[in-house]
Design a protein around this ligand. Structure first.
Ligand SMILES: [Zn+2]
Length: 194
């Protein structure tokens, strides 16, 4: 029961989330917990719309950031947002479409906002499609190539509690040779930073 039915108590929320979203950094347990599926009742809710806006706003605070997964925002649910080459997407309960172990792959540099100032080489599929639901629950499919495919794979990994460092070529992990001076806020990795 709530005093005001228009403003449900926190316990009545459809999504368990922190009051204010903040970037989870390497070592935060939330990055190593498999994310939960978004409940059906949340689709189309103002709560989910707000979550998308706040997650994109958090991503936008990092100039080199191109993607952010729910756990990175401290929200342990299966969704990610991207803002890359004009592709601004929020995808919920995403799945890989026909993952193909024999598909062409490429080694490329990768970084993560949750591990500022580090980068490494990761072998990823060159073409990758993901299927997921938008904020209203409609199913959508996105096909990514090169950087976008790498971005999708990276964000999907976050939902399964993996970090790119799990797959990086041994010895390829490097700290930025000239890291920017640390200010009060942590600056993002200058390499690709999904
Ligand atoms: Zn990441």
């Amino acid at each position: 029961m709530s005093r005001n039915p228009r403003h449900p108590a926190r316990s009545e929320r459809l999504i368990e989330r922190p009051e204010h979203l903040a970037l989870a950094l390497f070592g935060d347990p939330v990055l190593r917990l498999p994310a939960r599926g978004i409940p059906e009742a949340a689709f189309g809710s103002p709560e989910l719309v707000t979550l998308v806006k706040e997650t994109l706003a958090l991503l936008d605070t990092f100039p080199s950031g191109v993607g952010l997964a729910g756990p990175q925002a401290g929200v342990p649910y299966r969704y990610f947002v991207t803002s890359c080459d004009g592709l601004r997407v929020a995808l919920f309960n995403p799945i890989l479409v026909d993952p193909d172990p024999s598909a062409p792959r490429a080694l490329g540099p990768e970084g993560c906002l949750s591990l500022p100032h580090w980068g490494g080489l990761v072998d990823r599929q060159i073409n990758l499609s993901v299927r997921g639901r938008n904020v209203r629950g409609r199913w959508l499919t996105f096909s990514g190539h090169h950087l976008t495919a790498r971005l999708f794979a990276h964000e999907m990994d976050h939902l399964d509690a993996h970090l790119y460092t799990d797959w990086a070529i041994p010895g390829s992990l490097r700290a930025d040779p000239e890291p920017p001076e640390l200010e009060e806020t942590v600056e993002p990795d200058p390499t690709i930073g999904p």
